[in-house]
Structure formats: C-alpha cells, structure tokens
Design a protein around this ligand. Structure first.
Ligand code: IPD
Ligand code: CA
Ligand code: CA
Length: 263
C-alpha cells in the first residue's frame, strides 16, 4: 500500500501524539484511585496531543489552515487546504481507563475530504484512507460489511448525556431501531465508530450533535471502504449539522427511513 507524502505526514503526527497518549493512559489508570481523579491530567494530555499534532502538521505544510477541537480555527495562507483534528476522541473512555479512544486527522481540499487517519494507540490500530485509494487498517484493505437484514446487524450510536443532546428524540430513535436489530453499541468515540463501519465490525451507525473533528476522517474511511455516509435526511451536511448515518448502501438507506419516523 503506497501512501502519499501528505498521508505520511498525517500518520507520523498521529503516531507521535499516540505515543504520548499511551503513556498518559497508563498514568490515568493509576490516578483512578486518587481522591481528585484524573480529570485535570486528562485535559492536559488532550492539549499536549493537540500541540504535538499541530507542530508536526505545521512543520510539513506551514500554509495550511487548521480546525482543531482545543485551539479552534487557525487561518492559513493557503485557503484551499485545511486540517481537521480531534487530538483525543473518546475522552470519557480515556478518563475512565477504557481503551477505546483515538486521534483523528483529516485533510480537506477545496471543501472535500481527501485524506484521513484515525489511530487508536491502545490497540495499535491505524486506519488510513485517501480519496480514490481505498481504506486500510494497518496494511489490510477494508471493506464495509455485506449484511443487508437489520435483524443480523450490530448498529453503533451515540447516547446523549448530562447537558448534551435531545434525550426524548434519542429515546424515540432507539425505540425504533432496537426492535429491528441484533445489537446496539455505544463505543464512545465517533471516529472509531466510523472506522469500525469501514472495517465491517459495525453494520451501521447514527448520531447527532457531533462536531466536524469527530467525523471528518471517518466519513472518508467509510466511503473508501465502499460504504455510504450522509446526514439523517440523506443529505451531505454532516460537518455542518453534526448529524451522521453510515453503513453499506442497504443498511444506510434502511436506517435513514427508520429514523425519519422519530418525532
Ligand atoms: C465525543 C465522542 C463521543 C460522541 C460525543 C463526542 P470527545 O468526542 O466522539 O462518541 O458521542 O458527542 O463529543 O469529546 O471524546 O472528543
Ligand atoms: Ca471527539
Ligand atoms: Ca476530543
């Protein structure tokens, strides 16, 4: 699998930040038992990871703009290119010592996502995709699952929580989906939900109230693995609306139709 120079830059940045997060994850496990807990430590781990990624990306392409969860928008001289970065997706898992978290880096060119990297350092799983070149887990080419019957499908979602999302609407969506499927999972890291769709582990995924950095790399990952991604009405506003639905062609369509029935 030949990677472009730009994808190599993204992989190097993700791996470097991943080494730091792995060390910090070990420390988080020690801090669980302390009175104060690991909260402040995790916030600084998150910022350290973002600093590493920003430094690496800016060194390679000083003119590109950035959209990063912690630093926000950094305008670049080059208006055509923008990195979209979540330095730690799955913060709540990380904080609780659950090894399901990832670094997500996407490259947007003229409004289109052209490369994506999602790296889970705890499992040493590196997902990469380039537009038109397929999606990979480490060196293995990925393909979305082929299941078409919802009754055989495991579907991922994000459950709103304290202070976030529309709880009533979510319960209605859940009621519609859970009676049709073989299982529902809440992994806790949207970037990995999409990577798992690409890898054929999850058959479908839907969530609302996400941010561009949660999903930018994952959208390309799913498409390059032959899957379908849209907002909840079948449109392409995922990055702006924060709504997403993904799966193979049949599961994606079936989920959109089902979720449309939620009030
Ligand atoms: C969160 C995760 C989670 C999703 C949340 C996101 P964070 O990102 O992706 O799965 O349900 O809406 O905010 O805060 O861990 O980077
Ligand atoms: Ca996130
Ligand atoms: Ca984050």
């Amino acid at each position: 699998m030949a990677r472009s120079a730009l994808l190599n830059v993204m992989v190097a940045a993700a791996m470097k930040a991943g080494r730091g997060l792995s060390r910090d994850f070990g420390e988080v496990q020690n801090l669980q038992v302390s009175m104060k807990g690991p909260g402040d430590f995790v916030s600084s781990a998150d910022r350290r990871a973002e600093d590493v990624i920003r430094t690496e990306l800016q060194r390679a392409r000083p003119d590109y703009g950035l959209l990063m969860e912690e630093s926000g928008t950094i305008e670049g001289r080059d208006k055509q290119h923008r990195w979209i970065v979540d330095p730690l997706d799955g913060t709540t898992n990380f904080l609780h010592g659950i090894p399901i978290f990832a670094i997500s880096i996407a490259l947007e060119r003229e409004g289109q996502i052209v490369a994506g990297v999602i790296y889970n350092p705890a499992m040493d799983e590196l997902y990469t995709a380039e537009r038109g070149q397929g999606a990979f887990l480490n060196d293995r080419r990925l393909r979305v699952a082929g299941r078409r019957e919802l009754s055989q499908c495991v579907i991922g979602t994000g459950i709103p929580h304290l202070g976030r999302g529309n709880h009533g609407k979510f319960l209605e969506e859940m009621r519609l989906v859970m009676r049709e499927v073989s299982g529902i999972r809440r992994m806790g890291a949207a970037a990995l939900d999409l990577a798992y769709i690409a890898a054929g582990r999850l058959d479908g995924f839907w969530e609302q109230n996400l941010s561009a950095w949660d999903i930018a790399a994952g959208i390309l990952m799913v498409r390059e693995a032959g899957g379908y991604v849209s907002d909840l009405t079948g449109g392409a506003t995922m990055l702006e609306s924060g709504q997403i639905c993904a799966g193979n062609e049949t599961v994606h369509r079936t989920l959109i139709d089902l979720l449309a029935k939620a009030g």
